[in-house]
Design a protein around this ligand. Structure first.
Ligand code: GLU
Length: 495
């Protein structure tokens, strides 16, 4: 049984066979939050024992995704640690030594059965309606001298674990599923080392988890069926069995396992679609866990202090993109303009090529942020919202609707002429939205033209559209000379 008084050590152990997907990211978040909530250690281990499907590129993608989510690891790639190395391909010697030890102690044995032999045994078991159709233990009692002779003669072999006679049922005390019982008769003497000298997943994982002192294994419940085999390995190694917590699958709205068909699934895609890492982590944390069943905004520090396994549900979680959007918008709405400017707006504008780092005063940027932030749902919206401000009088695009509804109406050329004079009269020293609004406000009465028409015309002239952010702020931001030049250009389209 596990010893719950030991300092918590948990690991996230992705296989770099692809990008980091929502399911893996949620597993990483649960492990990270559990470690943080218990003053424990969060370990990142790269399970790259499948050489045909693992790539360094995928490892880098996973590390980038972890960093983007802000899930810092205490031991693992880049940061090291006293239980390293933290990639399975660099730990082969340890697996070999552990397997040799089990072999020496009679807890593992070589098996020479060919694939044809195994297939024939399985067919025979089926034919006689034997409920157990696994490995028939042909080599379990081979004479060790004979085994040695065959090995020396170069015959290929695998190493199998010896499930002890009379082991009885294997009961997993799962922190999420409760006690799960597996019939020991169903456990065959499974392979721990392949004939090519590589360890199997169930063996390498346990050797690592034991060597790294992992106290809690939190992972997807697709691994629940592997767990009794892994328990056999712990027992053979004489290592304490950790607490297991198998977390549910993530389903799409149609009740099917989340996949490409449901839209974005990799962390990278969500980053590129413009979600905030804090909002993304908050949303994923709620897939199967909740602090009280209703709170939806759980800031990172709250997650890191309150996460517990007893509030993890065993029911599948449903991925709801609308809720993610909502949480993302909440995070944006609760940011200060300063934070929004530095963390989001400036990087987005620089990336979009609209400005360079260091362009514009702090005051100008914060004014821009004050109108952009409330209109931003995804980070990718920023450049679009700002484009009218960064345009010039020459480059501004006039939407057809803005021209037909705002400009091409009788009397609008006069309205624009009056607007230009009013702006001209605003002293440079008090060029701000308030003064600008004040100067324009008097025009409807002065010209005896409906307010709606006056402002529609000015908005169309300065912004090229009819739905831009507050007009006074936009005019302030583009500056007097540019605002006047825009109005001059628009007068050419006005009647
Ligand atoms: N490398 C395994 C996976 O990605 C890890 C499973 C485990 O956590 O034991 O599914």
């Amino acid at each position: 049984m596990s010893d719950s008084t030991k300092p918590v050590r948990v690991r996230f152990a992705p296989s770099p066979t692809g990008k980091l997907h929502v399911g893996g990211a949620r597993t990483a978040i649960f492990n990270w939050a559990f470690a943080r909530a218990n003053n424990g250690t969060f370990i990142l281990r790269i399970d790259d024992t499948d050489p045909t499907r693992s790539t360094d590129e995928n490892t880098q993608i996973i590390l980038r995704a972890m960093r983007w989510m802000g899930l810092d690891w205490d031991e693992g790639p880049d940061v090291g640690g006293e239980f390293g190395p933290y990639a399975q391909t660099e730990r082969l010697d340890m697996y070999k030594a552990a397997a040799q030890r089990l072999w020496d102690e009679g807890k593992a044995y070589p098996c020479f059965c060919t694939p044809e032999q195994l297939a024939a045994d399985r067919e025979a078991a089926k034919a006689r309606k034997d409920p157990f159709q696994g490995y028939q233990r042909r080599c379990r009692d081979l004479d060790p001298d004979e085994a040695r002779r065959r090995i020396d003669a170069g015959e290929p072999y695998v190493l199998r674990i010896k499930v002890p006679d009379g082991r009885g049922d294997v009961v997993i005390h799962d922190a999420v599923h409760g006690d799960v019982t597996f019939d020991a008769k169903e456990l065959d003497d499974f392979v721990i080392f392949r004939s090519d000298g590589t360890p199997t997943y169930n063996f390498a994982t346990v050797v690592d988890d034991a060597a790294m002192g992992i106290t809690h294994v939190i992972r997807g419940d697709d691994h629940l069926s592997n767990t009794p085999r892994q328990v056999m390995v712990y027992e053979a190694l004489g290592a304490p069995v950790p607490v297991f917590a198998h977390i549910s699958m993530i389903l799409g709205a149609d009740g099917k396992k989340l996949s490409k068909r449901h839209g974005a699934t990799s962390v990278e895609e969500f980053r590129d679609e413009g979600y905030l890492p804090d909002a993304f982590v908050n949303y994923l944390a709620l897939l199967g866990w909740s602090p009280d069943g209703e709170t939806t905004i759980v800031p990172r520090d709250v997650l890191a202090s309150t996460f517990s396994l007893d509030r993890v549900s065993k029911n599948p979680a449903t991925f709801d993109p609308a809720k993610l959007d909502w949480i993302n918008a909440e995070y944006l709405a609760n940011m200060s303009d300063d934070e929004f400017t530095d963390k989001i707006m400036v990087p987005e504008l620089v990336e979009a090529g609209l400005m360079d780092e260091g362009d514009h005063t702090r005051e100008w940027l914060c004014t821009l942020a004050s109108v952009v932030r409330p209109r931003t749902k995804h980070l990718g919206d920023v450049a679009g919202i700002c484009s009218i401000v960064f345009a010039t009088a020459e480059s501004l695009t006039y939407e057809d609707k803005a021209v037909s509804k705002g400009l091409a109406k009788e009397g609008m050329a006069d309205v624009l002429a009056a607007a230009a004079s009013a702006l001209e009269a605003v002293p440079d020293g008090s060029w701000n939205a308030e003064a600008i609004d004040g100067a324009l406000e008097v025009l409807p009465e002065q010209l005896d033209v409906k307010k709606r028409l006056v402002f529609q015309a000015i908005r169309a002239a300065v912004c090229g559209n009819l739905v831009s952010p507050p007009l006074g702020v936009v005019i302030e931001l583009v500056g007097k000379a540019d605002a006047l030049a825009r109005i001059k250009r628009a007068r050419g389209m006005a009647l």
